[in-house]
Design a protein around this ligand. Sequence first.
Ligand SMILES: Cc1cc2nc3c(=O)[nH]c(=O)nc-3n(C[C@H](O)[C@H](O)[C@H](O)COP(=O)(O)OP(=O)(O)OC[C@H]3O[C@@H](n4cnc5c(N)ncnc54)[C@H](O)[C@@H]3O)c2cc1C
Length: 446
Amino acid sequence: MSGGRAGGAGVRSEPDGASDEPDGAAAVRREVRQWIAEHWDPGLSLAEWRALLADSGWACPSWPRAWCGRSLPGALGAVAAGELRRAVVPGPPEGLGMMLVAPVLLEHGSEGLKRRFIRATVTGQITWCQLFSEPGAGSDLAGIATRAERDGDEWLVTGQKVWSTGAATADFGLLLARSDPDVPKHLGLLLARSDPDVPKHRGITAFVLPMRQPGVLVRPLRQMNGHRSFNEVFFDAARVPDGHVIGEAGGGWTVARATLAHERRLAAFPAPPATAHGRAWREAIAERTAAAEPHKWYPQRAGRPDLAVPQAQALHRAADPVVRQEIARLIELAWSARWMAERAAAARAAGLPPGPEGSLGKLASSKIARQAARVHTLIAGASGMLAGPGSPLDGIIAEILVSVPGISIAGGTDEIQRNIIAERILGLPREPDISKDLPFRQVRAG
Ligand SMILES: Cc1cc2nc3c(=O)[nH]c(=O)nc-3n(C[C@H](O)[C@H](O)[C@H](O)COP(=O)(O)OP(=O)(O)OC[C@H]3O[C@@H](n4cnc5c(N)ncnc54)[C@H](O)[C@@H]3O)c2cc1C
């Protein structure tokens, strides 16, 4: 079986496929079905099944053949992934490792890094967190001050990250650190070896940092909605092998930009199918439950527009003209965002380059969440603030109200999305950045 055959030109879809499927879809479907028929056994352990999947290339069909893939174009990769779902077999793990870290390693990692981490990520042997944001550097990521200093064939990392989702359980972190020792004066960290000619976007290096070591301390943060998804991560001469540098030392900004582009496409965890059964599925569901723990409030963060009409009816507010008007506004926003997402998906499937939909979609999701919170407040009134037994929807409405602000911040704030839309889509003049060409030590971070 080869992806070359699967992608053979001119093959039209089978009758059970959608009419607008790409050339080669029918052949891919046939190959995946045949492979599953020959290999799937619900009695396998998840590790055994994932190993087969990775070695066959059907785990990540659009990735290179050498790295658990089949080098298929995106549209045919989606067809293969759809076949796995249709056959109700577990796929690769969900979340950060697959959606963000592995693609970045494929683009920028050395052969050694790919060998060490790609298959282990695809088979779910290791988990990841993202170590970018710091107390003084979020939107302005180039202002990071965590330092990495060479020490023989290792790097020593010292500093602090914050907002690091899932860091309490992750095996490895995708880390950005300032490898040029030039750091801002106002932090009192100016070092003798400072190079006054290093602008802040240079001198940053991206690393794979082993989380389970004495130099790393993870402290969970309790949020205003009661959950503990975020962590502060402190590094005190944490050790990173030289081979764990992603790309070039000092070239981490390129890796950061690639990561942020993937971050805007991070998807929610889909529910496992109701017909899932067998050992591999039991283990996959347990893995998914643990991985989804930091994200279990994310539906509330999105505002739960699905609850607006049922709540208005249940609390007899559906005839109120103001409530009706605000619900209509919410539905209008949600539908326009859905159509935009579908347009973006169609463009991707057609092989077109990413358009403005990423930032527009991110901004739209913030607007929808805020409008949904407004509607829930109108419907529930002051009781919407109550949590615990007897409160509206057992505290879900209160959780929505205190979770919605997070969506305007995560993955780039609303203001940053507006800047991107203004500059890259509307072609307006760039926001002035007085620190752009300054050496980092002259930059006031935070
Ligand atoms: C749910 C969630 C999960 C997260 N997970 C992670 C994670 O796993 N790993 C990680 O590294 N980070 C994570 N983050 C952090 C997130 O990336 C940052 O919070 C975000 O980039 C904003 O940075 P900041 O909090 O430092 O705010 P700041 O950058 O300090 O912004 C403060 C305010 O100033 C505004 N602002 C800043 N710059 C501009 C500008 N140029 N123009 C106009 N307005 C501006 C912002 O919009 C904001 O309103 C997470 C955040 C959330 C909410």
